[in-house]
Design a protein around this ligand. Sequence first.
Ligand SMILES: [Zn+2]
Length: 44
Amino acid sequence: MCFRPPELNKMMTQCPACKGFNPPKLTKCKKCGADLPKPEAEKK
Ligand SMILES: [Zn+2]
């Protein structure tokens, strides 16, 4: 089995405003308060 480390941007949501990383469960950046895009916005 091969183990790949998860990509940072799959584990964390990047703020479009300040480029800070936030836990995906947050809807607003903890740093600057900007709205974060939902990681599950991608449709399957
Ligand atoms: Zn921010």
